[in-house]
Design a binder for this molecule. Structure first.
Ligand code: FAD
Ligand code: SF4
Length: 514
């Protein structure tokens, strides 16, 4: 009898997809390997909830596999035989146990891809990379889609995806007669609107938190260790999805951009974290939401479901495609040559700017802020203040539950900071207090005056806004989407311009005291 081949299959912390074909059959010649590593825990300073948010679901996933009868090695962070990184752990386990083959699922992050490929070049045995069976697209699909086009317009990609996957389609036409219902969405929260509270869970994370503390790993943010609030299993991820479809989807699009001091997640799904670690798939999420809409078209309008589908089928897949088309150069881009350091209040929330204070404090408390808080408050401020994109990335990559580089960097360097010079976005997302006031109640109780551009207590966003356009005129003035702003700035009286720019200069010099 020929000796049967022993295979080692490596499951990364964001590959918790129990529906993957790997797990369909129990095979005694296959051993799975899962690792908590120091390297992954420290490549940036992570939010404590983000670390727990990886380790707790990983441990639950390992238990599930073992209960199903799969053979598995699980290396905890504080195990004496943990070699701190993927490479050394895999090489050691491979050599000690006499495997004949290694299999990986394609990682989502360039850093990990690079590390795994280094292992591959050292170990002399058959090695195979397989699809993670999570995304709608292959890594290179977007690159192929845009190969002979002038720009990477998300809307074109989104329409292609709708047609290809037959989602919200009537034949080859979009249901409702339009591809995009954005114009019906994005309203401010009316007074006295009832918003369902965020669904939370209560995993006891004391052991994991103690382990992290004892190992001296530096983290940010706070946690209620006894009642960790994020889903840690597939069942809980499904509960969160059902809760969204039942209670939040009917208003999702309408109030997608709204911000409020009393509501930290408004009508958002909070599914990004469970999606990104693959407890649940984007197809399942879209199918459930479309079904909820089909069953309840009176309460859920087409604008709500289209808005939601666009985020997942459009933006999420688009960002991943851009990442794999443009890395590793992408992580070095700094179109505006911004060099400023991130002010200390991004780590504490102690600033007089009420909008920044709320967005940062809730991020420290929940490891979450919704899209518009990230884009139009913190991101907007960082861009106006001229923060170096490396500092911006480090902050976003550390603080959010859902922060994995493939989707973080394309959103920060691309959409938010325009550091890619316009690959992801056609213009920089900057605004004065006007937009923040329109979409939130932040300005009502702010130390600063939302209506003033200069003078006592003038809102920093106002002078920074014009200063930004002024500083970057040579790079932006030919952008057709910004022309109007340069017309307004051009017509502004010189004395007015000087006052605004002087105010901005004062705020730049005193950035840490704002
Ligand atoms: P919902 O508003 O309920 O949206 C539904 C889903 O759509 C999300 O769960 C998410 O999977 C997807 N989605 C929505 N917008 C985007 C987008 N722009 N890119 C990719 N997917 C999107 N998202 C991350 O998953 N990880 C990140 O690290 C991350 N960093 C960001 C940094 C900045 C500066 C900005 C502007 C956005 C970032 N986003 C990131 C995108 C988006 O803000 C989050 O996906 C969203 O806020 C997560 O909350 P939610 O699940 O409640 O989303
Ligand atoms: Fe933010 Fe300015 Fe409004 Fe204050 S006044 S909340 S700083 S936009």
């Amino acid at each position: 009898m020929p000796k049967s081949k022993k295979t080692l299959r490596v499951i990364l912390g964001d590959q918790l997809n129990i529906n993957h074909s790997w797990f369909k059959e129990i095979n005694s010649d296959v051993t799975y390997l899962m690792m908590e590593t120091l390297e992954e825990s420290t490549y940036v300073k992570h939010h404590i909830q983000k670390l727990v948010g990886f380790f707790a679901p990983m441990r639950n996933f390992a238990d599930l596999l073992q209960k199903k009868g799969h053979h598995l090695f699980y290396i905890k962070l504080n195990d004496a035989h943990n070699h701190e990184n993927f490479k050394t752990n895999i090489e050691t386990i491979f050599e000690k146990n006499g495997f004949d083959k290694i299999e990986f699922l394609y990682p989502d992050e360039y850093r990990v891809d690079y590390q795994l490929n280094k292992i591959v070049s050292k170990i002399h045995c058959p090695i195979e990379f397989l699809d993670s069976e999570h995304f709608f697209t292959q890594r290179n699909e977007l690159k192929i889609f845009f190969q002979d086009k002038k720009n990477f317009l998300m809307e074109n990609f989104y329409r292609y995806m709708r047609k290809k996957h037959n989602i919200l389609m009537e034949g080859d036409k979009p249901i409702g007669g339009q591809w995009n219902f954005d114009a019906d969405n994005r309203k401010k929260l009316p007074k006295n609107i009832s918003i369902p509270s965020a669904l939370t869970f209560n995993y006891d994370a004391t052991e994991i938190v103690n382990m992290i503390t004892e190992m001296g790993i530096k983290t940010i943010g706070t946690i209620d260790a006894k009642n960790f609030m994020w889903p840690t299993s597939r069942n809980e991820a499904i509960e969160l999805l059902n809760y969204f479809c039942d209670y939040l989807l009917p208003f999702f699009g309408t109030y997608e951009d709204a911000m409020h001091t009393e509501h930290w997640s408004v009508f958002h799904s909070r599914l990004s974290f469970v999606l990104n670690i693959k407890l649940i798939s984007p197809k399942e999420v879209i199918d459930a939401a479309v079904k909820a809409w089909e069953n309840n078209k009176i309460e859920i309008s087409i604008a709500q479901i289209e808005g939601f589908v666009r985020q997942i089928l459009g933006w999420r897949e688009y960002m991943r495609g851009i990442y794999w088309a443009k890395m590793p150069e992408y992580e070095k881009l700094n179109f505006f040559n911004h060099q400023q350091k991130l002010p200390e209040y991004f780590w504490t929330g102690n600033t007089k700017m009420n909008c920044v204070k709320h967005a940062v404090k809730q991020s420290l408390s929940f490891a979450y802020a919704h899209h518009i808080q990230r884009l139009m408050v913190t991101g907007n401020f960082m861009l106006l203040a001229g923060i170096h994109p490396d500092e911006v990335d480090e902050w976003y990559l550390g603080i959010y539950m859902d922060a994995l580089q493939w989707v973080e960097i394309t959103n920060t360097r691309g959409m938010s900071q325009f550091a890619d010079g316009g690959i992801v976005g056609s213009k920089p997302y900057v605004s004065s207090a006007n937009y923040i006031d329109k979409m939130s109640n932040y300005c009502e109780k702010c130390f600063y005056n939302k209506s003033k551009k200069y003078g006592e207590k003038a809102c920093p966003f106002n002078s920074f806004y014009w200063d930004f356009y002024d500083r970057h005129e040579s790079k932006l003035k030919n952008n057709p989407r910004i022309g109007m702003m340069y017309n307004i700035w051009g017509k502004t009286l010189p004395e007015e311009k000087s006052k605004i720019l002087e105010q901005a200069a004062f705020y730049h010099e005193n950035l840490n005291q704002l």
